[in-house]
Design a binder for this molecule. Structure first.
Ligand code: ADE
Ligand code: ZN
Length: 326
């Protein structure tokens, strides 16, 4: 249909994209073959990633990441990921990068990975017209000590390109406040802050992330819908939600897109944005997210413009970059 084709073709911005989670399965399989690593257990027969549930997804993610061993591997990953983004009409993306996977939390090693990623990203910006920025991410189930090392890497490399600090991983382990030290260090380094919350646990997680970590954005945040007072607080404080509808439906957080709260949150005055999370793992793309939302909620071009404006206002990049995209 013509209307949906126009929606699919809109320029898009994406704030919530896990870098390794965006790796096409064929890319990871190719690296495994080159390095003689047997990763057959993490693929289905059709070549897609195989996992049973969210916790198993996290371990398959880490297995896939195990073949990304050098800065050059990450440079190649950068090109592969940005080609996919550009194909989907994405013009600005922020991606989660983890020192835990890039050098194991060692600052000099981290600098080498970051340099390789930036070089590949700068080339992609010239060739494909897509702007990428990095958000250093600690992994909740790796614990607060590893998070401090990630925060130190972030503080040492904070600047125009590396513009945020966040937390991903298993929300059912530990508490947001266990990571306050790391978020304080990142804030003092001038980084924007975001944390995964209310993907799996209830509304209190979002309140804790705001109160204990001082985030301006929340990764997902969608289960806050169960508590109207929390939704109101998120709206009043101007917190932006990085909503990943396809991810939520694929992982069973909500049974279908029509049951997903993105439209109810928006109507309640919450600033929502749209992202893919880990696109090949959840069999989604930004084009698919946009057309599914248009079909399910009747969103038109003006609605998507609002979504993209929300994203750029909440983006952690500098104002010159923001203004060039807006
Ligand atoms: N790491 C990669 N994707 C994630 C998600 N959706 N939630 C938490 N941690 C993640
Ligand atoms: Zn995520």
């Amino acid at each position: 249909e013509e209307r949906l084709e126009q929606i699919a073709a809109l320029p898009k911005t994406e704030l919530h994209l896990h870098f390794e989670g965006a790796a096409p399965p064929g890319f990871i399989r190719g690296l495994a073959k080159e390095k003689h690593v047997d990763l057959s257990g993490i693929f289905n027969r059709d070549g897609s990633y195989a996992y049973r549930d969210f916790v198993h997804f996290l371990s398959v993610y880490e297995a896939a990441t195990s073949v990304l061993k050098t800065p050059d591997d990450y440079a190649r990953l950068t090109t592969a990921v940005l080609e996919e983004c550009a194909k989907n009409g994405v013009i600005y993306a922020e991606t989660f990068l983890s020192p835990d996977f890039c050098g194991g939390g060692d600052v000099p090693a981290w600098r080498e990975y970051l340099h390789a990623i930036r070089e590949a990203a700068d080339a992609a910006e010239r060739d494909m017209g897509i702007t990428l920025r990095g958000v250093v991410t600690c992994i909740r189930h790796f614990g607060p000590d590893k998070a401090k090392r990630a925060a130190l890497c972030a503080a040492e490399t904070a600047g125009d390109w590396l513009c945020g600090f966040g937390m991903a991983g298993d929300e059912n382990r530990g508490e947001q406040k266990d990571f306050a030290y790391s978020f304080d260090m990142a804030r003092e380094a001038g980084l924007g802050l975001t944390s995964h919350a209310c993907e799996w646990r209830g509304a209190s997680e979002a309140r804790n992330a705001i109160r204990d970590l001082g985030v301006s954005r929340i990764g997902h945040g969608v289960r806050a819908i169960a508590d109207p007072a929390t939704v109101e607080m998120i709206a009043e404080e101007g917190i932006t939600l990085e909503v990943c509808p396809g991810s939520n439906v694929f992982l069973g957080v909500f049974p279908s897109l029509k049951d997903h709260p993105i439209e109810r949150l928006r109507k309640a005055g919450v600033k929502v944005t749209v992202s893919t999370d880990d696109p090949p793992f959840f069999h989604t793309t930004m084009r698919k997210e946009y057309t599914d939302l248009a079909k399910t909620f009747g969103w038109d071009e003006a609605d998507f413009l609002e979504i993209n404006r929300n994203a750029m206002h909440a983006a952690f990049c500098d104002d010159a970059t923001r203004d060039a995209i807006l």
